[in-house]
Design a protein around this ligand. Structure first.
Ligand SMILES: *[C@@H]1O[C@H](CO)[C@@H](O)[C@H](O)[C@H]1NC(C)=O
Ligand SMILES: *[C@@H]1O[C@H](CO)[C@@H](O)[C@H](O)[C@H]1NC(C)=O
Length: 306
């Protein structure tokens, strides 16, 4: 061999070895196309589980949807039981599925810490997941959304109130207003029957103060809110629909008693849509119980993907 060939052989050998070595470096990023757990997303004061779905079809500067499960649910159950992972493939966003750390897997929407911006509760952990994902995927911070069902819907309202700077919009499937599940003994993950049974009734102004107090002094934009509730909900009584709409109407300065528009049989028969303005609409489903079916395509429109 001529010296040049030796050098070339040495280079080829080195390249072969290092690429083999590289292929053995464990993947540090969650795999695309399946539900993956993330354990190192940052400060996690209340041990909330973080699961993520990164689509095969990940967009450049993707959006993020935080999808929050109901009591007895898990990240896995909401991943399989909701349309967001499939929609992620269509629109290229990342889905974060937080998982409750408590027995019975309800969310803490009752303690002072979770009801406070950077208060060290569940809401704080979920916010940290969002911050991690924004930097990890170079996400578009103006396209971060939150949604959930039942206890996850309560948490959606709490996230919107405690971290208004993080979210552009939220969709609430059968929840209660932020602060309604408040525990007067500061219990984490407490159940508030007075609220659940629709007996916490107050004015838009009072509800707005409750929401604003969760991030005192915040004066930036807040997420647009869309509220779904069923008329025969026997778990979280339908009064909670009105109280939640009052809360956000108060926050956005809409006159709760005179909405812009009420559309009967919209988006389907027996559903009525009330529009207060660009930032708030409520959808009341007559004859529907505690589980209002998730309307994936409508969520995509509300979030601005479709
Ligand atoms: C339930 O929540 C309301 C506020 O929505 C609060 O006034 C009440 O004290 C709470 N009940 C308990 C038992 O913590
Ligand atoms: C309120 O607005 C001022 C001026 O724009 C800003 O400096 C301050 O950080 C804002 N407060 C909060 C809590 O965002």
């Amino acid at each position: 061999m001529r010296p040049n060939s030796l050098i070339l052989a040495a280079i080829l050998y080195t390249v072969a070895c290092s690429s083999r070595a590289l292929s053995h470096v464990p993947s540090l990023l969650p795999r695309a196309g399946s539900l993956e757990q993330v354990t190192d997303f940052g400060d996690n004061p209340t041990n909330v589980g973080m699961y993520i779905y990164v689509p095969n079809n990940l967009a450049t500067n993707p959006g993020i949807v935080v999808a929050i499960h109901y009591c007895t649910g898990t990240a896995e159950a909401y991943y399989t039981g909701s349309p967001y992972a499939e929609l992620a493939e269509q629109y290229g966003f990342v889905v974060i599925y937080p998982e409750s750390p408590y027995e019975g897997t309800c969310w803490d929407v009752s303690s002072q810490s979770t009801l406070t911006h950077n208060g060290g509760g569940n809401s704080n952990s979920i916010a940290n997941m969002v911050t991690w994902a924004i930097s990890q995927y170079n996400a578009d911070a103006s396209k971060v959304f939150v949604t959930g069902s039942s206890s996850g819907a309560m948490m959606t309202n709490v996230m919107a109130a405690t971290y208004p700077e993080l979210f552009a919009a939220g969709t609430v499937y059968s929840g209660v207003s932020a602060g309604c599940f408040y525990s007067n003994t500061n219990q984490e993950d407490g159940w508030n029957s007075t609220c659940a049974q629709g007996q916490v009734v107050t004015s838009p102004q009072n509800w707005a103060s409750v929401a604003r107090a969760m991030y005192p002094g915040y004066n930036g934009t807040r997420p647009r809110m869309q509220i779904y509730h069923g008329s025969t909900d026997a778990t979280l009584y339908p009064q909670n629909y009105y109280e939640t709409c009052k809360q956000w109407a108060g926050v956005f300065g809409y006159n709760y008693d005179s909405p812009q528009q009420v559309e009967q049989n919209t988006p389907e028969t027996n559903y009525a849509t009330t529009i207060w303005g660009d930032y708030l609409q409520g959808i009341f489903a007559t004859g529907v119980g505690h589980t209002v079916p998730i309307r994936g395509d409508d969520d995509m429109s509300w979030f601005g993907f479709a």
